[in-house]
Design a binder for this molecule. Sequence first.
Ligand SMILES: Cc1cc2nc3c(=O)[nH]c(=O)nc-3n(C[C@H](O)[C@H](O)[C@H](O)COP(=O)(O)OP(=O)(O)OC[C@H]3O[C@@H](n4cnc5c(N)ncnc54)[C@H](O)[C@@H]3O)c2cc1C
Length: 389
Amino acid sequence: MVDYLSNALWTDDEIAFRKEVQEFCAKEIAPIADKIDKGPFPRELLSKIGKVGYMGVHHDRSVGGTERGLSYEIIVAEEISAVNGGLDMARMASTTLYGMPVARFGTAEQKKKYLEPVVIGEKIGCIGITEPDVGSDTAGMKTRAEKDGDDWILNGEKRFITNGSQADYMCAFAITDPTVHSKNGMSAFIVDTKSDGFSVVQDHELLGMKSARVSWLKFEDMRVPSDMLLGKLGEGFHILMDELDSERTAIAGEAIGYARTPYEIAVKYSTERHQFGRPIRAFEGVSFKIADMAMKLEAGRALTLTAARMYDRGENITKQASIAKLFTTEAAVQITNDALQILGGMGYTTDYPIERFLRDARLMTIGGGTAEILRFLIQREVFKEFFPQ
Ligand SMILES: Cc1cc2nc3c(=O)[nH]c(=O)nc-3n(C[C@H](O)[C@H](O)[C@H](O)COP(=O)(O)OP(=O)(O)OC[C@H]3O[C@@H](n4cnc5c(N)ncnc54)[C@H](O)[C@@H]3O)c2cc1C
């Protein structure tokens, strides 16, 4: 398999790893990529992905990972998304969105019990932030956790939770002290979805990402033992902000994947399809679109790798992760749309998977921080750099 995007910034080991993941995807996922778009993804496939190690590249060896870092997670995210976006959304929700808060803030016991089974693909995780009344403004969270003896009692609703109806464990955020700002009054919990009081209201019908399941959930007097508190009491908002940095970088990796396959199809089609006695690539209206796609893919990959490298060095990546996610997700929407245009009427059929990638890509200027919120965050970081307090 040819990797036509520049490899200048990647190590030899990362390049070899990408080839390995591409071979796995070609063998195990590509043959069923259209079929699983009807959803839900087969649980055994996620298990297989865990067994070959692609859930754990950024997790410690002590929990079954390989400790290679986020630069490897973005390779996995790109390669699986280049075949089926919904499947990678499910994988990533489990190992990164759920997995990273547990990895970075959990106790050794919590990691052994609630992270290792997810990293090796035996269990599925999800993250519960969004609520019916709370989207971008996460500090306005309504879900409450009240102390009752040694336990916490959770009440509230979570909406749009990827893997919600499939997950064994959730990293759930709730207000533990409503008398102070959420920055200090929010806490994070590991929740066992088999607990009494946990229910699935419904799986949402989605435009794309159809091989994943995204759910509306309810906690009704759900008892959570106090040893399931993640991090310190009142540390939830900090855990949430920390999680979003790795999530946004990994989503940027996925976005390159959604865009790459439609781009490849468009390049080939523009050579094969003839109109007015010439291949359509001979028309600048077509070939300049391809030039723009190539430019956005190269730039997006470099931005994403920059954020991942900085994360792996322990640096603050709020600005870089936001830039990478914003650029790649907007580029993915443009690239998938332009690829569809290059195929004309054929692009609008299901004979080619471009319509599927376009539907999948469309989510990502919304999920994990909308494009508007990311622009807000980027400018805030810029002004902090120019005018430190
Ligand atoms: C398929 C899918 C999967 C998801 N998976 C998860 C998951 O696993 N876990 C989870 O917790 N959440 C998940 N989400 C939720 C997702 O993160 C939210 O949808 C997203 O953060 C936006 O929140 P919202 O939909 O409530 O939009 P709102 O916050 O209501 O925003 C609506 C519009 O207003 C704009 N807006 C809001 N505030 C501002 C502002 N200050 N300035 C400018 N514009 C603004 C937004 O950009 C947007 O265009 C998922 C969502 C979807 C659709």
